[in-house]
Design a protein around this ligand. Structure first.
Ligand code: ATP
Ligand code: MG
Length: 399
């Protein structure tokens, strides 16, 4: 006897009514994708649950992967047996004995298969008695047990678990459309991307760089950050925008205190254009209200004037401490603090306006025609992909 399944519980998906099927099929695909290196493993869907059939694979790395899949509320190692009382007793005892040295336990029964000949109450008594008889120094505690032996009787068999690991929650990636993430090399934007993905959104990234003032290593940093995000979903396209010429022009033509605002507006214009080209319906940033000069209410109002695409700002109300905590959890923090310059830090003016006005910025922008330069910048965009398998790459090279 052994734990040969992972029983997967999903949370919020359960509320999705008629669309539920779509969410579940996607979750199943996402689990399959995350476990694609384990070819023996199968992912099955039944009413209300999802199962990973381990087929002899070591469960540890598979459980680790499941902790990075949005849409999973929790999961447990499970033993599957036929719907037979003796087999269930045996498996329940195995599950209890494999728990982490508990002093107390409790049995719960879910009888999804109403045709099973024992009622839940009878089964609880039978199982409780069996477990007590075949173990030493362990008592029943129905209120605060160290271990809960859960027995789920379904049409196709009975699943017995004695542990539980929480997943990330959220909704399966690719159920919520696509967003264009403005990915800098900083701490905030990767966290913003992670939180957008948590709501089922797929991410494509745009990064503005200013070679030769920004280095190859600054670019690599962004690729590495995107790579970390792919761990929660699929490969991520990164559109690298050569921003140097446009930035230099802005600093020539626009009064210094408004240069940052104009630069941000240019970023938004270019981002929206990329969205239109790629059929992406929203833009996501790592802005948090009041953090720096370009993130005041006035600034956001003025920057936002140039696009009517929805701008998702998952960090808007978060403190820096909380953002840093998540960045450590998703392992982007150490990459973000690598000391490479980014395009905004190079051209940063001494005294940026904290309350730029729409009327003024429009007046300044109208004095110079940036159209050609914007066009040229768009033409220079290079698109790469993070998180693509080496194998897949090699395969593409062969084609
Ligand atoms: P981050 O830590 O994400 O860099 P920040 O606190 O440094 O954020 P800003 O520099 O004001 O804040 O940037 C605000 C947001 O604008 C970023 O979170 C990011 O979404 C976007 N952004 C800034 N610089 C770039 C860039 N070079 N390329 C793409 N997006 C950028
Ligand atoms: Mg930054």
């Amino acid at each position: 006897m052994e734990f040969d399944h992972l029983l997967i519980r999903y949370g919020e998906i359960a509320l999705k009514g008629k669309n539920q099927k779509k969410f579940l099929v996607r979750l199943q695909e996402n689990i399959q994708h995350a476990l694609k290196d384990y070819s023996a493993v199968k992912v099955k869907r039944t009413q209300g649950r999802m199962f990973v059939l381990l087929n002899g694979q070591d469960p540890e790395p598979i459980m680790e992967r499941c902790q990075h899949i949005f849409g999973i509320h929790s999961f447990s190692l499970a033993i599957k047996v036929e719907n037979d009382l003796n087999r269930i007793k045996e498996a329940a005892l195995y599950a209890l004995k494999n728990a982490n040295h508990p002093n107390t336990f409790k049995v719960t029964v879910r009888r999804v298969n109403k045709g099973f000949p024992y009622r839940s109450q009878e089964l609880l008594q039978e199982l409780g008695a069996h477990l007590l008889m075949h173990t030493d120094n362990i008592k029943v505690d129905v209120h605060h047990p160290d271990v809960e032996v859960k027995v789920e009787i379904r049409a196709e068999g009975t699943y017995i678990t004695s542990g539980l690991t929480f997943g990330l929650g959220g909704l399966p990636v690719r159920t919520g459309g696509k967003t264009l993430l403005l990915l800098s090399g900083g701490i905030d934007s990767p966290v913003a991307g992670f939180l957008a993905m948590k709501r089922g959104v797929e991410v494509e990234a745009v990064h503005f760089h200013s070679p030769p003032f920004t280095s190859e290593r600054a670019k690599q940093k962004v690729i590495d950050l995107a790579e970390k995000l792919t761990y929660y979903g699929y490969p991520i396209k990164i559109h690298l925008v050569p921003f140097t010429k446009l930035q230099q022009k802005i600093y020539q033509e626009i009064p210094e205190s408004y240069a940052i605002t104009v630069m941000r507006r240019m970023m938004m214009r270019i981002s929206e254009a990329i969205c239109r080209n790629q059929d992406i319906l929203s833009i996501t940033t790592g802005e948090s209200l009041g953090q720096v000069a370009s993130q005041t209410m006035e600034s956001m109002n003025t920057i936002n004037e140039v696009t009517n695409y929805p701008i998702l700002r998952p960090l808007i109300a978060m403190d820096k401490d909380d953002i840093i905590r998540i960045s450590k959890q998703i392992d982007t923090y150490d990459i973000s603090i690598r000391p490479f310059e980014d395009c905004c830090t190079i051209f940063v003016p001494k005294a940026p306006k904290t309350n730029p006005k729409r009327s003024k910025v429009n007046y300044f922008e109208d004095k110079f025609d940036f159209t050609d330069l914007l066009e040229e910048t768009m033409q220079g965009i290079e698109t790469i992909e993070a998180g693509t398998d080496k194998q897949e790459e090699a395969f593409r090279d062969l084609l």
